[in-house]
Design a protein around this ligand. Structure first.
Ligand code: ADP
Ligand code: MG
Length: 141
């Protein structure tokens, strides 16, 4: 298995719940390393750009409104099989369908306010990490 990097975002709902540390702890407990991290309040343009792939979806406007409703934590996470491992830790998009013990089952309230984002593949991971972090600010160790 290859060492991969993936982008995680702790969304405004989870930040408001004071769950940043608990979510980071799950990554670390699973053997994933946080190699870049920053709190930021996305502008509408930044959120629209990040979710550009969903531009035509009916939920796009609500998704962007939600993502700019408060500060978020953006982070790059590294480890063996990090992309799939993070998706497993996150659980299904709809927290009602998320497996027990996953981040979304434990911290998310709805499909809109679902606590975390995680890249869904190698190409998106690369693009999404570069969207927030220059290569010089990602610290493998
Ligand atoms: P994921 O975040 O699990 O990768 P998607 O990439 O499909 O899910 O969607 C991006 C985000 O858009 C989701 O995390 C969720 O916040 C929102 N979303 C997806 N599907 C819906 C939906 N049917 N209704 C409302 N919001 C949705
Ligand atoms: Mg996605």
């Amino acid at each position: 298995m290859a060492v991969e990097r993936t982008l995680s975002i702790i969304k405004p709902d989870a930040v408001k719940k004071n769950a940043i540390g608990q979510i980071c702890a799950r990554f670390e407990a699973a053997g994933l390393k946080i190699v870049a991290m920053r709190m930021t309040w996305l502008s509408r343009a930044e959120a629209e750009g990040f979710y550009a792939v969903h531009r035509e979806r009916p939920f796009f406007r609500d998704l962007v409104d939600f993502m700019i409703s408060g500060p978020v934590v953006v982070q790059a996470i590294e480890g063996e099989n990090a992309i799939a491992k993070n998706r497993e830790l996150m659980g299904a998009t709809d927290p009602k369908k998320a497996a027990k013990g996953t981040i979304r089952a434990d911290f998310a309230d709805s499909i809109d306010a679902n606590a975390v984002h995680g890249s869904d593949g190698a190409d998106t991971a690369r693009t999404e990490i570069a969207y927030f972090f220059p290569a010089s600010q990602v610290y493998s160790r």
